[in-house]
Design a binder for this molecule. Structure first.
Ligand SMILES: [Fe+2]
Length: 250
């Protein structure tokens, strides 16, 4: 029997999917023509973003040291990206999903889906975290900005907002704290461990990582000092404002 190249690729794909434990339904979710290894790589590259640091590794000092930024980015953030993309190469039936869609699809799953979910959320959270800060940050945009007005309207004052954010950040346990926009309101929410605030109809404006690897080398066990530095010297309010305006336009 003579097989053309497409047929051979199709049979290879089915073989791979069977080995990977994939279902035929899942197989058909992907265009069979995308089986080629370079196409899987292209899908991963398109769907799984890795944010590069938007500043030098030393730029957040003295509030977050260069050593912490380097270790946090290279040993944690980059590692999550590599682990996730490694799983996707071995399980290509998931590789046609964008990152947030992948988080949604794998939520509540077990084994492979649990691993995919945790690495997806950790990647998304870290991508967002680095953008939530900037050198010489922490200063709110002018009062005419929509977000500045809302922060003061909702919390009474900037100091009250910082107090509420710090209280949430100081609750026991590791995870993340986010300022999210809920329609025209603002809320400070916390997600535990690797959990992410997305997907949600109320996406975040900015977020802070309160895992110990974020601050331990600089502040020891003093999380409060780290949160103070984040609030007063690092928040990228322009980034938060851009998220706020984008949501209002939808
Ligand atoms: Fe982290």
């Amino acid at each position: 029997m003579i097989h053309n190249r497409t047929e051979t690729k199709r049979r290879d794909f089915i073989k791979l999917m069977t080995l990977a434990g994939g279902s035929f339904a899942a197989m058909h979710a992907l265009n069979l023509k995308t089986f080629a290894k370079e196409d899987i790589e292209a899908l991963i590259k398109r769907n799984i973003p890795l944010v590069k640091l938007p500043y030098e590794t030393s730029a957040l000092a003295p509030y977050i040291s260069e050593k912490t930024v380097k270790q946090h980015y290279n040993d944690h953030h980059l590692a999550y990206y590599k682990r996730l993309t490694g799983y996707l190469r071995k399980n290509p039936e998931y590789s046609n999903r964008e990152l947030v869609d992948l988080i949604q699809k794998t939520r509540g799953g077990i084994l492979l889906e649990d691993a995919l979910h945790n690495f997806s959320t950790l990647l998304w959270n870290h991508n967002f975290y680095w953008q939530s800060m900037k050198p010489k940050g922490g200063i709110l945009p002018p009062v005419k900005s929509q977000l500045s007005k809302r922060v003061v309207q909702v919390y009474g004052s900037i100091d009250n907002f910082k107090k509420a954010f710090k209280e949430k950040s100081m609750q026991l346990g590791i995870g993340w704290v986010w300022l999210v926009q809920v329609k025209y309101d603002l809320q400070i929410i916390r997600t535990k461990y690797s959990e992410s605030p997305v997907p949600s109809p109320y996406p975040p404006l900015f977020g802070i990582d309160i895992w110990e690897h974020s601050y331990y080398m600089d502040y020891g066990a003093d999380r409060e000092k780290y949160v103070d530095a984040f609030l007063n010297n690092l928040i990228n309010w322009q980034f938060a404002e851009s998220n706020f305006v984008m949501m209002k336009k939808k």
